[in-house]
Structures are given as structure tokens and as C-alpha cells.
Design a protein around this ligand. Structure first.
Ligand code: IPM
Ligand code: MG
Length: 353
């Protein structure tokens, strides 16, 4: 029996997860149990905390967790540890999911949906491996304090240990072996000590354990430029938590819409994976029924492949999304007019036996 925990969360999260669930129901996989728990702002409203103990326990007991989205203007004025986003960071940390896989792949039907010229993005297939449980998102000291002068100071700390760098680098090299065999490691080694150590450790891991994989280093600012200049030069991009957050949003737009991109966060072998669309809660369109459910559905596919032991079902789901797009199904973010529901139905209709 495999267990999938759904965390719909906030904003468009519940809307897109409902379509992922419809796809899952249509697959009717044997031996798969699903449950649902409150999370994020919805959990703050219900019980005062973004990650209730019951949700944390259910996540750790599951084989995979599929999250919708967290956050929204309603909770934006709260102190950091009482915000929906804090629940997500606490969940990632509790699950130990240090490697965040964010594939930026262009579906052929969407070649014209990108803001970049078709010949620049055609055939684009990049895999980001973002470090997810360290770096400036979690480093101490942090906070806002008052200096003796009475002026306030905000502090965050970027820190990485050698082992934190090595384990995520190993994931990137291993994944690269199964695709183009090329890793670009992205840092700011020219200005940050943590970046210098990052570069040293990644270089050593490649030399010692992955000599068959090609490795290049790139500065993060330069990588941002190269991603819009010539994105097809990249195969696997390995980077830290903050740069990975920024660059994966940028890459998402190369594929036409942030609403298309799934992610998988993986930890140690045998631990549950955390799956999330990379888009956020999109408060501006929440409740309107027009959000693109593709990222959530594709995140479900990644969960089926990496954590739930159903790789064929994952292939079927990905082909169904491709078929729906090829048949012209488009939510407004892709230039179309159909609803979240209709997009979900088009994907279900595209499922082949
Ligand atoms: C993401 C999101 C999150 C992050 C937020 C919601 C905390 O932007 O998954 O990319 O910054 O990691
Ligand atoms: Mg982000």
C-alpha cells in the first residue's frame, strides 16, 4: 500500500489539486491510498499554525506529499514564523528533502507561448537541482533587531557545510548521467565564501565520484543572462536554495508559463518525497477557476514516478498533458480561455490505457 498526502493549502492550491485528484481517480491505481490535511494559511485560520502536528506526522508517514500552494495577502502582515510560507519551509526541513528537482521542459505545442523567440526555446529541456533545506532560507543568525543608534537592521545568513553541498551535488551528477551528462554548477564564488566552498566541493565530487559527467561552473548573474540568451546550452543546473528559487522562475517563463512547471523534492533514500507546482498561490486569480492545473498534475506524475512506484502511470499522465495541449486546450495563462476544470477534464480525456 502506498500513501499519498494531499496538502491543498491556499489561493489556487485547492483548485489545481482538485484536478490532480481527478487525474488520479481516473488512473484508478491499485494499492494507492490518499488523504488530505490542512496546511498553510488555511491551517493558520483553522488552528493557528501553518504546519499542524497532525499534518507534519501525516507527511512523515506518507510515501509522497503533493502540495498545492501556500500564502496570500491575508497573512502577509504576520511575523515570519506565523506565515503560511513558514509552514512550507518547516515541512521541507522536517522531511529533509534537500534536492529539489525542477524540470523546465518545453512542450512542443507551447513553442509560441514563450515570450522568447521560438528558435531560442524550441526543444528546451533543463533540469534544475536546487538545494532546498539549507542556505540563506534557514541560516542563523536571522531577524530584525534594533541597533544602539535606534536604527533597525535586518539579517539573514547564507551558510553551507561541505556535506550539505556534497549530497545535493551527488544528486545532480546522478541525474545528469541519465540525461545529457552535463552539470552546470551555479554560485557567486567571486563574492561569497559560501559560493567558493560550493565550487570546491562540487569540483571534488565530480573528480572523485562522477568523472564521466561533464562539469562547468557559472556565476549566478551570468547564468540568468545565459538562460535568456541561449537556454538550450544547459542540461542540469545545480545551485543553492536562493539562486535556485530565482533562476527556476526565470526558466519557467521560457516554457510559456509558470503554470506548467512541476517539482519534486527528494531526501535520503527511502524517505517520502515532497511534490509541488513551482507556482505560488496566485491570489489575483484564486477562486476564479482559471488557474492552470498542469503544474500540479505534472507534480503528481513526478510523485508517481519517484515515490509511489508507478512509473508507467507517470508516463501516461505526462503524455495526457501533452495530448491536451496538442489538442489546443489552453488556460488563460497560456493564451486560452478554458477553466481549470476544463483543462483537468482535457487531461483526463487524453489519458491512454
Ligand atoms: C518556491 C516558492 C517558495 C520558496 C516560497 C513559497 C516559500 O517561491 O517554491 O519556489 O521561496 O522556496
Ligand atoms: Mg519560488
Amino acid at each position: 500500500m502506498a500513501r499519498l498526502l494531499l496538502l491543498p493549502g491556499d489561493g489556487i492550491g485547492p483548485e489545481v489539486l482538485a484536478e490532480a485528484r481527478a487525474v488520479l481517480d481516473a488512473l484508478a491505481l491499485p494499492g494507492l491510498e490518499t488523504e488530505e490535511a490542512p496546511f498553510g494559511g488555511a491551517a493558520i485560520d483553522a488552528s493557528g499554525t501553518p504546519l499542524p502536528d497532525s499534518a507534519r506526522a501525516a507527511a512523515l508517514a506518507a510515501d509522497a506529499v503533493l502540495m498545492g500552494a501556500v500564502g496570500g495577502p491575508k497573512w502577509a502582515g504576520q511575523p515570519f514564523d506565523a506565515r503560511p510560507e513558514a509552514g512550507l519551509l518547516a515541512l521541507r526541513s522536517a522531511m529533509g528533502v534537500f534536492a529539489n528537482l525542477r524540470p523546465a521542459k518545453l512542450f512542443p505545442a507551447l513553442t509560441n507561448a514563450s515570450t522568447l523567440k521560438p528558435h531560442v526555446v524550441e526543444g528546451l529541456d533543463i533540469l534544475f537541482v536546487r538545494e532546498l533545506v539549507g542556505g540563506i532560507y534557514f541560516g542563523a543568525p536571522r531577524g530584525i533587531s534594533e541597533l544602539p543608534s535606534g536604527e533597525r537592521e535586518g539579517v539573514n545568513t547564507q551558510r553551507y557545510t561541505e556535506s550539505e553541498i556534497a549530497r545535493v551535488a551527488d544528486t545532480a551528477f546522478t541525474l545528469a548521467r541519465a540525461r545529457g551528462g552535463h552539470v552546470t554548477s551555479v554560485d557567486k564564488a567571486n563574492v561569497m565564501e559560501s559560493g567558493l566552498l560550493w565550487r570546491e566541493v562540487v569540483t571534488a565530487r565530480q573528480r572523485d565520484a562522477f568523472p564521466d559527467v561533464a562539469l562547468a561552473h557559472m556565476l549566478a548573474d551570468s547564468c540568468a543572462m545565459e538562460l535568456v540568451r541561449n537556454p538550450r546550452q544547459f542540461d542540469v543546473i545545480l545551485t543553492d536554495n536562493l539562486f535556485g528559487d530565482l533562476l527556476s522562475d526565470l526558466a519557467a517563463m521560457l516554457t510559456g508559463s509558470l503554470g506548467m512547471l512541476p517539482s519534486a523534492a527528494l531526501g535520503a533514500e527511502g524517505m517520502p518525497g515532497l511534490y509541488e507546482p513551482i507556482h505560488g498561490s496566485a491570489p489575483d486569480i484564486a477562486g476564479k477557476g482559471i488557474a492552470n492545473p498542469c503544474a500540479a498534475v505534472l507534480s503528481l506524475a513526478m510523485a508517481l514516478r519517484h515515490s509511489l512506484g508507478h512509473p508507467e502511470a507517470a508516463d501516461r499522465v505526462e503524455r495526457a498533458v501533452e495530448a491536451a495541449l496538442a489538442a489546443g486546450a489552453r488556460t488563460p495563462d497560456l493564451g486560452g480561455t478554458i477553466s481549470t476544470r476544463e483543462m483537468g477534464a482535457a487531461i483526463v480525456a487524453g489519458l491512454q490505457p
